[in-house]
Design a protein around this ligand. Structure first.
Ligand code: NAP
Length: 496
């Protein structure tokens, strides 16, 4: 159970502690932040509201610890990570319990998130050993005008202190996807978890604590992003920010200093369906891609662009599959669970009502109880409706009927977002042409968009982000190249 057994030391009375200098601490602020259970809509947990002074101390400790960590042999760093991964998987149930209560993730998916996170940490340790174990040797005489008098040895070195800020929808997985590459590369790590999901993240951090990482190397400060976010992201002690979330990331990019940024932001992933597509496959992917975790996934299908000639048939198949979705609490493993907050539910409802007023066809009756919104497919959506462009992050999906593949690509590219997209067709040549034309970080052919497997490159264009994730890319991104040049005494000096 959460907050008990090995996790007993991370809670003080009703309030979870924050993690700094290798210890669990109460904030001097004396204030806490309440986490509302999306299903019951009552307070579930409380976390510390950390102060700026506490952030300063965390940064100082991180800086000092990082210097020693960078000199810790790579194989040893990998061993620590493997140990943390094993502990994380061993304690998957209490962590999953937090995910169910804080973000209403269906119980089975919550366990999967923790196990996947353990696997990600281990894979990163292995990948890091290979990638960081190699450097380059360059010789000078390949560049015009040079003799072979200089030998350049280059290798990857850590950046310093990495600030990791994940979003609510994968507070464990999207935290470790930042923590593990930062640590294997020799960086220190400061985590600011999302408020909804903070307690799951604190449990996860305790698994790293139990693995015995040096004091100060890893810390986790809690509090509302709107209150301590700016102080963290503009802190002079931070050498890299890895952020996943919504538009907040755009604001952070404008304020952050001259440091590497990894920004994985929102999406409006388009699903283009051509006339020759396998409509059963299309329907299965629209339902899975659009409604899993109630549509609260960055790579959820967020707009269907379908050829008019097959639209009626496809919509009928999607409706039939949607009728089988179970709706209810996450504890019962329902397919559709309450969305994360009342304000999210209100925002989703606003998009639905705008579409209704402008004449969209509702394939099901719109229904909402508290934060629980019944899955809804909106047909005959037109570009003047907000839902054609905005990201609902909920179980409502617009269908726009198109007359040509070009029209579909045009709608996709007119979006401010460019995360992923997908195309369904049996014609691989057409699929490749459409993939080339879509301005998104990834295009899936004959499958719904998805992040993962976690070692695949993952990136967004335009307002969907900068930089690229995926294990190898994140390790590379959290390092810089260091060169040492050996100069021979004289280019004319030769032996033999
Ligand atoms: P969000 O509101 O942008 O919050 C993300 C994180 O930023 C949270 O930890 C939040 O903390 C923190 N934050 C808030 N204000 C901040 C500030 N001023 N400075 C620094 N940090 C601040 O996003 P969300 O609602 O959690 O997540 C949903 C969004 O994430 C969607 O748009 C989704 O598409 C996107 N997403 C993208 C990807 C991807 O890989 N591209 C993956 C998953 C989700 P608090 O919780 O305390 O406010």
């Amino acid at each position: 159970m959460a907050g008990t057994g090995v996790f007993a030391e991370i809670i003080d009375g009703e309030v979870y502690k924050y993690y700094a200098d290798g210890e669990w601490k109460k904030s001097a602020s004396g204030k806490s932040v309440s986490i509302i259970n999306p299903t019951t809509r009552t307070p579930q947990y409380m976390v510390q509201a950390c102060t700026q002074e506490e952030v300063n101390k965390v940064m100082d400790a991180a800086k000092a610890a990082q210097k020693l960590w960078a000199r810790t042999p790579l194989w040893k760093r990998a061993e620590f990570l493997h140990k943390a991964a094993a502990i994380l998987k061993e304690h998957k149930n209490p962590i999953a319990e937090c995910l169910v209560k804080e973000i209403a993730k269906p119980a089975k998916d919550a366990v999967t998130e923790v196990v996947r996170s353990g696997d990600l940490v281990s894979y990163t340790a292995e990948d890091g050993v290979r990638i960081l174990g190699e450097g380059k040797l360059l010789v000078s005489d390949s560049f015009p005008g040079n003799e072979r008098s200089k030998y350049c040895l280059s290798s990857k070195v850590p950046l310093g202190v990495v600030l990791a800020i994940p979003p609510f929808n994968y507070p464990v997985n999207l935290a470790v996807s930042k923590i593990a590459p930062a640590l294997i590369a020799g960086n220190a790590l400061v985590l600011k978890p999302p408020t909804q999901g903070a307690v799951a993240a604190l449990h996860m951090i305790h698994c790293f604590h139990l693995a015995g990482f040096p004091k100060g190397l890893i810390s986790c400060v809690t509090g509302k992003g709107s209150e301590i976010g700016d102080f963290l992201t503009m802190h002079p002690g931070v050498n890299c920010i890895s952020f996943t979330g919504g538009d907040t990331g755009i604001a952070i990019s404008k304020k952050a200093g001259m440091i590497p940024l990894q920004m994985e932001l929102g999406g409006k992933d388009a699903c283009i369906v051509l006339e020759d597509a396998d409509l059963d496959l299309v329907a299965a992917n629209i339902v899975k891609g659009g409604y899993s975790y109630s549509g609260q996934r960055c790579t959820a299908v967020k707009v269907v662009l379908i050829m008019e000639s097959v639209a009626d048939a496809a919509v009928e198949k999607v409706k039939a599959k949607m009728a089988k979705l179970s709706i209810g609490p996450p504890e019962e493993n329902c397919d559709i669970t309450p969305v994360v907050s009342e304000s999210s539910a209100n925002f989703i409802e606003g998009l639905v009502m705008d579409a209704k007023q402008k004449g969209a066809t509702f394939c099901q009756e719109y229904r909402r109880e508290g934060n629980l919104i019944w899955p809804l497919l909106l047909d005959h959506v037109r570009p003047d409706m907000r839902i054609a462009w905005e990201e609902p992050f909920g179980p409502v999906l617009p269908v726009i009927r198109i007359g040509s593949a070009e029209e579909g690509v045009h709608h996709c590219n007119a979006s401010n977002f460019g995360l992923q997209g997908c195309v369904f067709t049996r014609d691989i040549n057409k699929a490749m042409m459409i993939s080339d034309a879509m301005e998104t970080g990834t295009v899936q052919i004959n499958s719904a968009p998805a992040r993962g497997p976690d070692h695949f490159p993952f990136q967004g264009l335009k307002d969907s982000g900068i930089g690229s994730q995926g294990i190898t890319n994140s390790i590379n991104m959290m390092t810089k190249i260091k060169s040492t040049v050996i100069n021979l005494p004289s280019p004319s000096y030769t032996m033999g």
